[in-house]
Design a protein around this ligand. Structure first.
Ligand code: BDR
Ligand code: CA
Length: 322
């Protein structure tokens, strides 16, 4: 299995991704780091712990990291994820605790550092949230970069935005953090809105999941049903999305994607702040690298997806959970 550190702002679709990460035999979950994004940090941590319960996960270290973006103010996404981040679905209280050593709480940055250094193999970081934790990690402990196989992130777009007309939420929320990661010298893979907005479960299937005898499927059904209410009327693009979970599908089943290696930088100023500028020209100009790291400023960008294949993969994977 692929050793994975998961960074989340749980979030309805991060929650769907957690179920998948626990269930998929090809993923070895080394830890889950939490960051403010869809909801405030304490809420994100609670949601994450509860979702690990829903997935009946064994012991997985969970730690809280950044409470707010590097420069931006804190802004949540309660209009999409509800005020609790999970669309108001009822989950039992959890007995899980966050990561600690010798009774002392350990934060997300330190948890990631330790996990990376302890891993015999390079680790894939899957970032499903604003990249504040990752940027702080790479700035504070640059020596861990060589232990990162790549950063596969949900974020950005080569076409439409969602937080603004041109910016995707995770990058918009903390543009400087994303810029730091893209220019860190670590290999990057962008699972952006171009593919994110395509992978959706059908209404009937969501209803079926809600009456499943398995806990994880029932919870997934409720989460997807909540997501269906968001952006209703703009079908089919925005309803029933598995969202962040698609980035984990990309990890274990990359052949369902068409990708290109392209220069990507984050716009940091003006009205398009937070936009990922993806240079898709046949003959990129001298301007295309924008001062990016010469070898690694190029990102593998997912541009097209076999959406039904990911829906099936998602549903078959969570069906493994009790
Ligand atoms: C991203 O923003 C968040 O609201 C979702 O969880 C996802 O990670 C989509 O733009
Ligand atoms: Ca997210």
């Amino acid at each position: 299995p692929i050793p994975v550190l998961l960074d989340v702002d749980t979030g309805v679709d991060d929650a769907l991704a957690i179920l998948f990460a626990v269930a998929h035999p090809g993923i070895h979950l080394l830890g889950v780091s939490c960051v403010a994004g869809n909801a405030a940090l304490p809420q994100v941590v609670q949601n994450t712990l509860k979702m690990l319960d829903a997935a009946d996960a064994g012991e997985v270290p969970v730690a809280g990291g950044a409470h707010r973006p590097l420069i931006n103010p804190t802004r949540d996404a309660s209009h999409v994820h509800g005020s609790d981040g999970l669309g108001g679905i009822e989950l039992p209280p959890t007995a899980r605790q966050t990561y600690s050593i010798g009774g002392e709480a350990v934060g997300a940055i330190e948890m990631m550092r330790r996990a990376l250094l302890a891993s015999p193999e390079p680790v894939t970081v899957v970032a499903l949230a604003p990249q504040t934790n990752l940027a702080l990690l790479l700035r504070a402990h640059p020596e861990v970069a060589s232990k990162i196989e790549r950063v596969l992130f949900m974020g950005g777009s080569a076409s439409v935005g969602n937080a603004t007309a041109v910016a995707e939420f995770n990058v918009w929320h903390d543009p400087e953090a994303a810029a730091i990661v893209l220019d860190s010298g670590v290999k990057t893979f962008m699972y952006g809105l171009d593919v994110f907005n395509r992978v959706a479960v059908e209404h009937e299937k969501a209803l079926e999941l809600q009456s499943s005898s398995r806990v994880a499927e029932r919870v997934a059904g409720q989460l997807i049903a909540h997501r269906m209410g968001v952006g209703a009327g703009r079908e089919p693009v925005y309803t029933g999305l598995i969202g962040d979970a698609g980035a984990l599908c990309a990890l274990v089943d990359p052949d369902a994607l068409r990708t290109e290696h392209l220069p990507v930088y984050v716009e940091l100023a003006g009205a398009s702040r937070g936009q990922t500028v993806v240079d898709r020209r046949v003959y990129p100009g001298e301007d295309s690298m924008h001062g990016l790291h010469a070898e690694t400023g190029v990102t593998e960008v997912a541009l097209e997806v076999d959406a039904p294949r990911y829906v099936t993969l998602y549903l078959e994977t969570i069906a493994r959970l009790p």
